[in-house]
Design a protein around this ligand. Structure first.
Ligand code: NAD
Length: 427
């Protein structure tokens, strides 16, 4: 498919391939390496019979895709969502390969998903589903092979079930089989907020290079789960004014800014941002087009596309979610002068602290939260400037220009391509 024929809402795997193709062309990537990187290394589809509380059996479909293990074991979250598709999981796995390479941690990329609306399942049904899924993907999982983590609608409890299932199957505790676990069973201090903390470090550095004063800077956040919900208080503590937030139920806006601690308490007690006293309800789509300094999409992919990109008014777009912006929107935003921090860099704090958790588990030696945050800051800040420097150096070399995402991909693809070339293709 030619790039200009891309539909508004692209298939995520098509989108990942278009992104890779742009960069391959730009960096004159060896066509043989490009051929290898276009497809995942493994894709497993599993069917999961689960006993419902009423005694009936439902069969769910799940996936685990490993895109690359050139730089180390595969790493990536597991998503429980009714719209999961194999192509979505393949795209997310490829993005994980780039993400791990950008922050320079010794992992390849993977992703998992189960087609389920978890709101329809009880706690016990969810536990049986999680355990059955992990058991079914067990043959291709392991602390030196592929290490899952949380993603949309999965959390520390899900990881505890995964870790216990793996451990029961092998006969001894294997904490490093998953990351994002509760602290009591080998989780890392700082993991829960790591993705959001990494996003805030990137926003801090982006503000420096664009000359934006973060004190009083206005912020809109789409999605108020693990990523968006933790970003809000961290940005608030950095002096930002959070003027709009949303979740699956809708969006709220207050031009004077929310008291984020009260908002967080409200979400904890009601389960949604909606109904927060004093806030005006707005359309979810309108949140993206507000006149703010920083926009953080932290929900699902494909929400910024060629139809709404021309209307965006933010100065910095910090991609908390994976794949929120289509390739066409990327170009529109670049031409408008929006400074975009691409997902593969912006939300890499989660996988970075997952790596810290894995390292701590393998050594049975645990760090303080300050140590975790300080190491995370160092890695994210270095990665941000490596990407920014490539962008500054390369953006005027070609009449097509360069997006910051392409700069990030150039760094990532080079690192993965070097690993493939040095290892060679087996046999
Ligand atoms: P989550 O399930 O905790 O939260 C998702 C949030 O998005 C919820 O508040 C939900 O209500 C909201 N949402 C769903 N549909 C929406 C819609 N149409 N409009 C507005 N809001 C909507 O998930 P999460 O872990 O916060 O992940 C969010 C995104 O960040 C995903 O793209 C995920 O892949 C990415 N991500 C997560 C992590 C992590 O550590 N959790 C790491 C890297 C990237």
């Amino acid at each position: 498919m030619a790039d200009d024929e891309a539909p508004t809402h692209m298939n995520p795997y098509e989108m990942a391939l278009v992104q890779l193709r742009h960069v391959a062309r730009r960096m004159k990537l060896d066509p043989n390496v490009h051929e290898v990187l276009k497809t995942p290394m493994r894709s497993l589809e599993v069917y999961l019979p689960v006993r419902m509380d009423n005694g009936t059996i439902r069969v769910f479909t799940g996936f685990r895709v490993q895109h690359s293990m050139a730089r180390g074991p595969a790493k990536g979250g597991v998503r429980f969502h009714q719209n999961v598709t194999e192509d979505e999981v393949k795209a997310l796995a490829m993005w994980m390969t780039w993400k791990c390479a950008i922050v320079g941690i010794p992992y390849g990329g993977a992703k998992g998903g189960v087609i389920v609306d978890p709101r329809e399942l009880t706690h016990t049904e969810l536990e049986r589903l999680a355990r059955r899924y992990f058991s079914e993907i067990g043959p291709i999982i392991g602390p030196q092979v592929d290490i899952p983590a949380p993603d949309v609608n999965t959390n520390a409890q899900t990881m505890a079930w995964f870790m216990d299932t793996y451990s029961m199957n092998v006969g001894h505790a294997v904490p490093s089989s998953v990351t994002g676990k509760p602290i009591d069973i080998g989780g890392s201090e700082g993991r829960e907020k790591a993705t959001s903390r990494g996003i805030t470090y990137c926003i801090r550095e982006a503000a420096k290079v664009t000359g934006l004063d973060l004190d009083g800077a206005t912020v809109a956040i789409q999605g108020f789960g693990n990523v968006g919900g933790n970003c809000a208080p961290l940005l608030y503590e950095m002096g930002c004014t959070i003027v709009a937030v949303s979740d699956v139920n809708g969006a709220i806006h207050d031009p004077d800014g929310f008291d984020v601690h009260k908002l967080t308490k409200h979400v904890r007690s009601t389960g949604t941002v909606m109904g927060f006293p004093g806030a005006k309800e707005i359309q979810n789509a309108d949140l993206l087009e507000l006149d703010v300094d920083v926009l953080v999409p932290a929900a699902l992919e494909g929400v910024i596309h060629k139809d709404n990109a021309p209307n965006l008014r933010c100065k910095i777009l910090a991609e908390g979610a994976n794949g929120p912006t289509t390739p066409q929107a990327d170009k529109i935003l670049r031409d408008k002068g929006v400074y975009l921090i691409p997902d593969v860099l912006c939300n890499a704090g989660g996988v970075t602290v997952s790596y810290f958790e894995w390292v701590q588990g393998l050594n049975s030696f645990f760090w303080t939260e300050d140590e975790v945050n300080e190491r995370l800051d160092r890695i994210m800040t270095k990665a941000f400037h490596q990407v920014h420097d490539i962008w500054e150096r390369e953006k005027d070399k070609d009449e097509d220009g360069l997006t910051t995402r392409q700069a990030a991909y150039m760094l990532a693809v080079k690192r993965v391509a070097d690993a493939i070339k040095k290892r060679g293709i087996f046999p």
